[in-house]
Design a protein around this ligand. Structure first.
Ligand code: HEM
Ligand code: HEM
Length: 293
């Protein structure tokens, strides 16, 4: 995500116009001749290959060694998602003349979903997930589910609008992104409140609520700085090459956005934990009957 977002921030999306990528690694690239942009873009692809290799191992491992049906299928989904992400990256380069940066927008937004999926896998395979389910009164659980799902949905809409700001010059992008920021901040505060109003406070949810609030506060600061870089220096600012420090601020805003979305999704996962736990229990029982565990 960091390298990919840097490719966009430095505006070096077409530094390497060849796809399928050759060579697929960095060893044969002559370092002194290649600009920093080329190295970052090519490095982004090389790390993409590495992620691809890791996710093949992960999917096979989950499929053959995990008794939980949910995890087997999530492993396959992760593999399909990374393949899709790589193809979108390739099409972004290959179809540049036809689609310009439109496919970069799709590639960037899809990356947020891929990252959130991996965060779910980390949560579902952590020992914490196996702790006894923390019971809440029904109306309390409904409220938590509603606010966690709404926050995740609002943040995703905000990421889409952020993508429009970053990759296009359409006016509804900045207008919508700025207005929706208020809704995201409000939803994050309300969600933290819902989590804390129940005593005793679930420690996983409390930690996630703190993280969500810290990241959202940081995001507003990074957002204002990105705004100044993008619009504060006149209409032509976006057509000038970005310095490395400017690129880091804009990349930081992308990454904090990934963090906020993934955190909101994980809160929703904890909120829906009781129903997911029932699904898992049923598949474990089935495995036990079949003698798999
Ligand atoms: C695991 C696989 C990959 C992930 C998670 C990923 C993620 C990303 C992300 C997050 C961005 C930034 C988007 C933005 O700032 O809006 C990006 C940009 C980019 N990626 Fe990837 N990527 C992957 C694979 C690839 C591959 C295989 C290619 C090329 C063959 C590629 C080519 C690009 C290009 C050219 C850009 C810059 C788009 C622009 O012009 O702004 N990516 N990627
Ligand atoms: C509070 C929640 C916010 C979230 C979750 C968020 C998220 C994002 C994301 C993920 C992107 C990049 C999207 C992509 O490349 O696919 C983006 C772009 C952007 N955001 Fe935000 N943002 C928030 C608030 C703000 C605020 C308050 C401002 C300004 C005051 C702002 C200004 C911008 C600007 C200017 C861009 C384009 C940056 C560039 O061209 O490099 N954002 N936002």
């Amino acid at each position: 995500l960091f390298l990919g977002a840097d490719v966009t921030s430095l505006k070096v999306g077409m530094a390497d116009p060849v796809w399928p990528t050759y060579p697929w690694h960095l060893a044969l690239v002559s370092w002194p001749d290649s600009g920093l942009g080329f190295l970052i873009e090519h490095g982004h692809r090389a790390v993409g290959y590495l992620v691809g290799m890791c996710v093949i191992v992960l999917a096979l491992g989950l499929w053959f060694a995990q008794p939980r049906r949910l995890l087997k299928w999530l492993g396959l989904m992760a593999l399909a998602a990374v393949i899709g992400q790589g193809l979108l990256g390739g099409f972004r380069v290959r179809l540049n003349a036809l689609a310009g940066t439109d496919l970069a927008l799709v590639h960037g937004c899809f990356a947020q979903l891929v990252f959130a999926l991996f965060t779910c896998l980390v949560t579902l395979t952590s020992p914490d997930w196996d702790e006894p389910v923390f019971s809440r009164p029904a109306n309390d659980s409904d409220r938590l589910r509603f606010w966690s799902a709404s926050t995740a949905a609002l943040v995703f809409a905000q990421l889409l609008l952020g993508g429009v700001v970053r990759h296009t010059h359409v006016l509804f992008g900045p207008r919508g992104h700025l207005l929706l920021a208020f809704a995201v901040i409000g939803a994050a505060i309300r969600l933290a409140h819902v989590i804390h109003e129940r005593r005793p406070v679930d420690r996983h949810l409390a930690r996630l609520a703190t993280l969500l609030l810290i990241l959202t506060g940081l995001q507003v600061l990074l957002g204002v700085e990105s705004w100044m870089l993008r619009f504060g220096a006149g209409p032509l600012a976006d057509f000038r090459p970005a310095t490395f420090a400017q690129a880091l601020v804009r990349t930081g805003h992308f990454l904090a956005g990934s963090g906020i979305f993934a955190t909101a999704v994980v809160v929703a996962l904890w909120a829906y934990r009781a129903s997911l736990a029932n699904f898992d229990r049923a598949s474990r029982t089935a495995c036990r009957v079949e003698g798999a565990i």
